[in-house]
Design a protein around this ligand. Sequence first.
Ligand SMILES: [Fe+2]
Ligand SMILES: [Fe+2]
Length: 340
Amino acid sequence: MRAARSCAGRRRRHDFARSKSPLLSTLVLTTSRSLSLFTLAHLSDIHLSPMPRARRRDLLGKRVLGYVNWHRGRKLVHRRDILDVLTRDLVERQPDHIAVTGDLVNLGLPEEFLLAAEWLHHLGPPDRVTAIPGNHDAYVRLHPERGTGHWRPFMEANEAGEALIRTPPTAFPFVRRFGDVALVALSSAIPTMPFIAAGRLGSAQRGFLKLALEELSRAGLFRVVLIHHPPLPGQASWRRSLRDAKATMSILKETGAELVLHGHNHEQTVFEFDTVTGPAVVVGVPSASEAVSGRIPAARYNEYRIARLGDGWRCEMVGRAVVNSTAHVWECERRVLRES
Ligand SMILES: [Fe+2]
Ligand SMILES: [Fe+2]
């Protein structure tokens, strides 16, 4: 595994990767306007602030530690003003679709879910925004009606997706189709013990993931998998890892996926590995609200410009980040992930 830190984040080839493709090595600064483009923006780990006032009865178990943690430091890291600057830039650029990969809230307080639902509606209407939960959104066990149920319009298949893949009773994965592009949205969010931020898909969801990716491959679509936890073995410590990463990666290799987008690690990373349908690129994005002076990566979102290219695809990534000192958003990276 190769690692290199830069303002563009980390670029690594996964241990399992054996691709001879020149993907990721080529920087191309032009985009052909003649191609029919679908633009997908991806942001993650919102950790929405300010935290609503917590009642004493809400601060039981894991939430007590999280509450102390938040007021001791995390509230200085995840800043609402930084998030607002970043999302304003994103909304102004009018991408075709926006994907939010989890950790919208902090302690899983019922009021936090309501505020996050408001924030999602501000980002765009449910047919233009897809959300999935992260571990902070499953901080404690909560009835969906008091929790992620408020985000339901953003967490369900669209008609075109449902026509291809019926959403299982477990609600995940759900599929949204937009022309040539299909989003496969997973939930790795599970309640855990204090100090554990792990996730799991589970065998049922993995089974549906396999079926969905096979069906979408037959339909000839560009498949984008959305998951909160980094999906490859070794991408996170045991305490923070996707417990069934090995089995998940096996499915991705057996069925293929063009792009996998995740959050959780709060850093920009790019991996690639071979699958039966060609290379899969796995991209993690930093937290959209994180801004510690002098620290890289800054709050960032990525834009993916996806277009058919002959029998294959062209996919260009454009990174846009906040400069902390000026609250200004700049294009920090542009590179072609795929051109084949
Ligand atoms: Fe997070
Ligand atoms: Fe997370």
